[in-house]
Write a protein that binds this ligand. Sequence first.
Ligand code: IPD
Ligand code: CA
Ligand code: CA
Ligand code: CA
Length: 258
Amino acid sequence: MSKELNRFLDVAIEAARSAGAIHLFYRDQDFGVSSKSNFSDLVTIVDKKSEEKIREVILGQFPDHAILGEEMGQNREAEHLWVVDPLDGTVNYAHGFPFSCVSIGLEIGGVRSVGVVFDPNRSELFTAIRGQGAFLNGRRIQVSSTPDLMSPALLATGFPYDVASDPTNLEKFSRFLKLGLPVRRPGAAALDISYVACGRLDGFWEYKLNPWDVSAALLILEEAGGAFSAMSGEAFRYGDPLVLSNGRIQQQILEVLK
Ligand code: IPD
Ligand code: CA
Ligand code: CA
Ligand code: CA
């Protein structure tokens, strides 16, 4: 099994690096921005070309596996399901704000088993195999040891494209600000979560995320010693509002969000 998982990881890395090269190539070209659900929900040629490339690499090796990707296919039923965000942080990318990534997770029998998040802007590759730890460019990573929310912790959150339709998080966001805590809104959920995994952030929450935003990064976080749950404090399932942290401050974040 472990040898097989390593092979899956290698293919995920190859796919993520190939997509990352597409991100970098198009940075100085016309990448054809258009909008999806509303004017601020952007998509570019890069989102589509990256997903095409990732599909080609993965299905070239594993033709009987399935892919759940943001842009091109929502297959959810398969023993081996690759959960892919070809470009996480499209709005950042479209503005030349260098905080975006490729996210590729593999779920086997519904269990997150392999995760790769690649930030081509910094050439940072976050990887994990279930039970084998989490790594950044080959070096083992761990969540921060920040003991208390008021240490203070550095937090991040994100908002859906249709903020007006669900103002809940604006109010929650302001609660932390009123406590005097530093809160960021970086704009690429997979990378935000990977930053908690390597200790650059202490905690993160977001209301509406899709499986492709979180599949890879949640495994990386778990393998780095972090904790995550639904906002209710119960076990997280896709679609639930997500709260995560270094573990030590999880309960305190949940209390503020309550
Ligand atoms: C978005 C980013 C953003 C988050 C949104 C996501 P996309 O993904 O992860 O940080 O706040 O909820 O939809 O569209 O850039 O892949
Ligand atoms: Ca998108
Ligand atoms: Ca995304
Ligand atoms: Ca995306």
